[in-house]
Design a protein around this ligand. Structure first.
Ligand code: 0O2
Length: 206
């Protein structure tokens, strides 16, 4: 338990987290560039806000255990795709596809996986477009591809997901979680209808 030795064994993990942080910066900049260009060319913003987050070390360890994987940097980088997460909140559903296509067609980005929970919502009503991409970061002596999960949602989908997230955590302490889940599913349907109605109105205004 020599503190220096402990730090030394933690060093590769700290370094890997730093690489994920750099990857987040790269993605965030790419998205902000698109937003700035859109704002100047078309006088509108394709997205409302971006939120970036790094998964907490404890959640990383818990997820590795859940997956039954041995904990090593190589295993973590290979198997966990959501250590670096970016949430892009758009006003309208069609902007989600515009921005995600503009991002994924950039020639330094590799698309690993696409899960379209907008065209194929989850049974509980969850809707979002999830991309797993790899983006290169340029370090002093290497070019390294890092995985980033990018979730695209409308403001309404995000509003819904944050309440649904609470339900996930509080489920065990609720008397009738199934009633709440049913109500939430109804809200998801209302929100979907509203998202597309608002989009229709926007196209009439343009
Ligand atoms: P948190 O707390 O947001 O980080 P994976 O679990 O990532 O290996 P999975 O489940 O196939 O594989 O990934 P998926 O379906 O792409 O979902 C990953 C993330 O999407 C979740 O991360 C949530 O952020 C979000 N998500 C997916 N389904 C739901 C849902 O039904 N409701 C809400 N509110 N969010 C959802 P985490 O790690 O589960 O949670």
């Amino acid at each position: 338990d020599n503190p220096e030795k402990v730090l030394q064994t933690m060093q590769p993990f700290i370094e890997s987290m730093m690489h994920y942080e750099c990857a987040l910066m790269e993605i965030e900049t790419k998205l902000k560039v698109l937003n700035t260009e859109f704002a100047s060319q078309y006088n509108r913003n394709p997205f409302e806000s971006i939120r970036c987050r790094l998964k907490k070390p404890l959640s990383i360890v818990e997820k590795m255990k859940r997956k039954g994987l041995e904990i090593s940097i190589e295993n973590i980088e290979e198997n966990l795709t959501d250590i670096a997460g970016v949430r892009v909140i758009c006003s309208f559903p069609e902007d989600i596809y515009t921005v995600s296509e503009l991002l994924t067609k950039q020639d330094d980005i590799r698309v690993v996986c696409v899960k379209d929970y907008i065209r194929n919502p989850k049974p509980n009503g969850y809707r979002s477009l999830h991309l797993i991409v790899e983006i290169p970061i340029f370090l002093s002596n290497e070019k390294k591809y890092m995985k980033v999960e990018v979730q695209f949602r409308t403001i309404a989908m995000d509003f819904w997901a944050s309440l649904d997230h609470k339900l996930k955590y509080k489920k065990d302490n609720l008397k009738h979680p199934e009633i709440i889940a049913k109500e939430l599913k109804k809200c998801a349907d209302t929100i979907t209808a509203m998202d597309y109605k608002m989009q229709e109105i926007r196209s009439l205004l343009e």
